[in-house]
Unconditional design. Structure first.
Length: 157
């Protein structure tokens, strides 16, 4: 039998998803139903673009609701690592790029909370996997489309 994937996230992220689901199922669903009702009142449905748009919006809404339900049902709550000697989820890691000597601070998070623009990398990403379970002073190599990237772990918080 097919086993559903687990989605790693914090309690905070799970709460956000539940709030979003509640909003979509109550407020947003009523808004879309009203749009459909108004579009029907315009007459012939075969040439009614407002009706078509409302039905498309309804389909997107139901798809989003199903997606969020799946995330909630398959959520795996992860707790931030309390260790500062080994990289884990919740760790803040300062690394030095061995090619250009630049330093960056990254936070290791579950897949549902990743945001590379904010330096929050998933433990499932190549970079995150490379950092997991490593120690201060370790050198890691990450395969990327532009070649192999090398980093030194300077600090774990």
């Amino acid at each position: 039998m097919f086993k559903e994937a687990k989605y790693k996230m914090s309690e905070e992220r799970l709460s956000q998803l539940k709030d979003e689901l509640h909003y979509l199922q109550t407020v947003r669903e009523k808004e879309v139903a009203q749009q459909i009702k108004e579009a029907r009142s315009f007459g012939d449905l075969t040439e009614n673009s407002e009706y078509d748009e409302a039905k498309t919006e309804q389909g997107k809404l139901y798809s989003k609701i199903a997606e969020i339900k799946n995330l909630i049902e398959n959520a795996e709550i992860v707790r931030a690592s309390q260790k500062t000697d080994i990289v884990g989820i919740g760790s803040k890691v300062t690394v030095r790029d061995l090619e250009d000597d630049s330093k960056e601070l990254y936070e290791i998070v579950g897949s549902q909370e990743a945001d590379p623009a904010l330096f929050r990398v998933s433990d499932d990403s190549p970079f995150g996997k490379g950092l997991m379970d490593r120690k201060m002073g370790d050198t890691i190599e990450i395969e990327a489309p532009i070649g192999t990237l090398k980093f030194e772990i300077l600090k774990i918080e």
